[in-house]
Design a protein around this ligand. Sequence first.
Ligand code: FAD
Ligand code: MG
Length: 334
Amino acid sequence: MVYKRIFPFFLIIFFSACIEQGEFSRTEFALGTVCTVTLYEQGKNSLYNDIFSRIREIENLMSLNISSSDISRINSNAGIKPVSVHENTFKVIERAVYFAQLSGGAFDPAIGPIVSLWGISGDNPRCPSQEEIDKILPLVNWRNIELDANANSVFLTQHGMSLDLGAIAKGYAADAAAEILKNAGIKRGLVDLGGNIIVIGEKKDKSPWRVGIQNPYGNRRDFFGIVHTDEKTIVTSGIYERNFEEDGRFFHHLFSPFDGYPADNGLISVTVIMDISMEADALSTAAFVLGYEKGLFLIESIPGVEAIFVFNDRSVQVTKGVEFTITDNTFFFR
Ligand code: FAD
Ligand code: MG
């Protein structure tokens, strides 16, 4: 088995030409990934400290790898009892359930048992047997997440269920970082939490931000095209992020909750561009799992949401409102 784990990873999206004079940024490892915040002016240490403390606060609430986190407590009480959680955690789970419903279950925060079975987040991923998948797949069902907004409590009704917010909580953390930046009056900035990008404000010359999109077949920081955008979040889900090969077959971390296997539909990445990073995070994963036609239908059903779909033949399809330039001529528009 060949396991290709890009860890830690660096700048899923590379800001090629958007760096202005006077850049000052801080990079720290958090949320299992590389997090970079760039403030083009007023980059005070205290502000960076506030932003990274907030990111760590969210990690402490929502990480699967921290035994005292809200998510770990919810999971260890699956089938036993509801667990009261921090309002931040409750909000993310509530939105996750919303997007699960909206995507017809393609995005499912109860994906935990399948992610653990494949071991995709650990050092020894493997392709499980059909029998193993069949046994645990019924546990993956967002409908069995009970929320009580009065008590801020969450109950997984079946023993063995588990939540995994890996496809949505980075987006929430990016929004939280951007909010601190905006509240501090920062006029220009960039937040990149392992591929969840937010550009804040406008460039001095008022030209659009130019954000490079990771080449799914390239090395880290190889980009194949550039999005031209104003103040937005740009979030990508791709097969290149966590993957492994076994017996000549390639497996990645974006699972179909319908069959328990990595989604295999010809897509290699989906980028979503909109205003809220948490929502873009959920939607990029949802659209990937749904595949192009259904994913496009979902994206187009929500006002203000744009997307870039990249296929395994290197063809690219964008929604109407995206200004995107291909810079690597091995890729082409469909
Ligand atoms: P996304 O497409 O946004 O999400 C994919 C991830 O979501 C998968 O890896 C899986 O976990 C889950 N998923 C797969 N299929 C579905 C589906 N159909 N519906 C819903 N979810 C699905 N990684 C570490 O290695 N170590 C850590 O300590 C660690 N801590 C973390 C703490 C937090 C709070 C968060 C949010 C993440 C953490 N991670 C950690 C995970 C990691 O940083 C990324 O979240 C992960 O690699 C996926 O992000 P992505 O943007 O690449 O893909
Ligand atoms: Mg996501």
